[in-house]
Design a protein around this ligand. Sequence first.
Ligand SMILES: [Zn+2]
Ligand SMILES: [Zn+2]
Length: 162
Amino acid sequence: MTEDREALHSGGCQCGAVRYALTAEPYGTHICHCRMCQKAFGAFYAPLTKARTKDFAWTRGRPAVFRSSPDVERGFCAACGTPLTFAHRGSDHLNISVGSLDRPEGVKPEVQIGIESRMPWADELPRLAEERTEDIMPAERLTRIESYQHPDHDTDDWPAEA
Ligand SMILES: [Zn+2]
Ligand SMILES: [Zn+2]
């Protein structure tokens, strides 16, 4: 990616040490239920979207990489552990974790893969009882919570000066 191309999407890890930008819309958004993605994300499934490597650039820091197969590299923040990418070595595209995008709500999954490992109760999740944070935490405690999470936009300096 060249500096003069405008970023359409940005994202990064929870602590802000690693940030990236996309100069094209992502495509092929999916959730992967495979056991390796479950483990890598510490989750029931992994939400992933695709970008051409030419449309993707790291804009702060670089991820650590775990080679989960001879041909596969999983990028994550070495400081906070956020899963960021999944890529086949030498490929012209990579997968990005949807939750690490600054605006993940616009990147909607189109297909589920690896369903042989899907949690047997996955279809029940939308029917679980629902609670808002303010329903389970007193308002005065909520206002005192301090977050060290990087904001959902690029910053000149991070951590911000106190
Ligand atoms: Zn981090
Ligand atoms: Zn997977």
